[in-house]
Ligand binder design. Sequence first.
Ligand code: SF4
Ligand code: SF4
Length: 377
Amino acid sequence: MVDFKVRKAEDNINARLPKLFNESGLGDIIDKGDLVAVKVHMGEEGNFTHIRPIHVRIIVEEIKKLGGVPFVTDTTGVGLDRPRGTAVGYLRVAASHGFTSETVGAPIIIADGLKGLSGVKVKVDGKVIKEVEIGQAIAEADCLISLAHFKGHPRTGFGGALKNIGMGCVTKSGKAQNHLKMKPYVKSELCNGCGKCIGFCPVDAIEMVNGKAKIDRENCVWGCGCWAICPEKAISSWGEMHRDPEEFCIAVVETVSAVVNYFGKDKVGYMNFLYDITAHCDCFPFSDNPFVPNIGVLASRDPVAIDRASLDLVNQAPGLPYSVAEELGVLEKGSDKFSKITMIEYLNRFPPVDPLTTLKYAKEYGLGKMEYDLVKI
Ligand code: SF4
Ligand code: SF4
């Protein structure tokens, strides 16, 4: 770990990141000539508390020094009509947030193709998930470095290394599968036969039958967001289709497991950036006040240990005034901030989830350990 306390230039976090990267053993996963997927989330349009481009660049330069060939990558978001719904849209948003090949020092490649439908399918034998579709460019890489902004998440309590992999490395279909327990369907009593959804569907999975739209759920690839574009709200809504929080956490963990096993544990490394720690994840189109002070950056080869240590550090920190920590009454050092955060958005629709749920399942799936030694550099 490097912390944010700095009194002189040479102790600046930017100056200490290369040491953190190398001393934590992340460099060891890279062989000369490896194509290295540097997985980041470059922020939804309107969000400005995502990871900073300069920190991505510093790690990119370290990878190059080791003979790796890095590219910076993420996948498109759910919903073709959303700002990051296509590779073109995502690159436009990323540039507006300061992420360009010039600023990060490597090409930026949106991994799941132009519309987010391009990936490599991997069979899994999970409780919830049976097949995971890894974004094509990530799947073709030789190794994977996760650079995750650590923050809250109203559905899971927090988002860090596990979520950066389990949600971020898969196609639109994979993201929809993690979130949703069913494919969309048309409520024929509400459908007026306007045909808008038929023109929108990228795989022709919707047809008109007796003046009403009908979704062929076999051919539906999920995740394109037809439910959001129907003017009559005749297609099942996101909320109606969503998994309950525990099942959602299991789905994410099973997807992480598929991705990590695909690469092999010795070809994946993790860094968590604990700054601008907001209650919502970077997929939200806004940035609330951070609820704890900036803490530092962690690096590890174990995604469970790094997320557990990050969660503990945030809970141990004092809450900040004018933030959700004050609103929820968790200003004291040591108060369980993440448990409260799951209550801010979805309390009326979903029961709050224990933030340890994701970690508990990740440990059960053999992804890593809850125990850790925190070594400060
Ligand atoms: S967009 Fe909505 S109202 Fe129009 S055809 Fe499709 S389901 Fe029916
Ligand atoms: S029917 Fe399925 S494939 Fe077609 S737009 Fe809707 S989610 Fe996408």
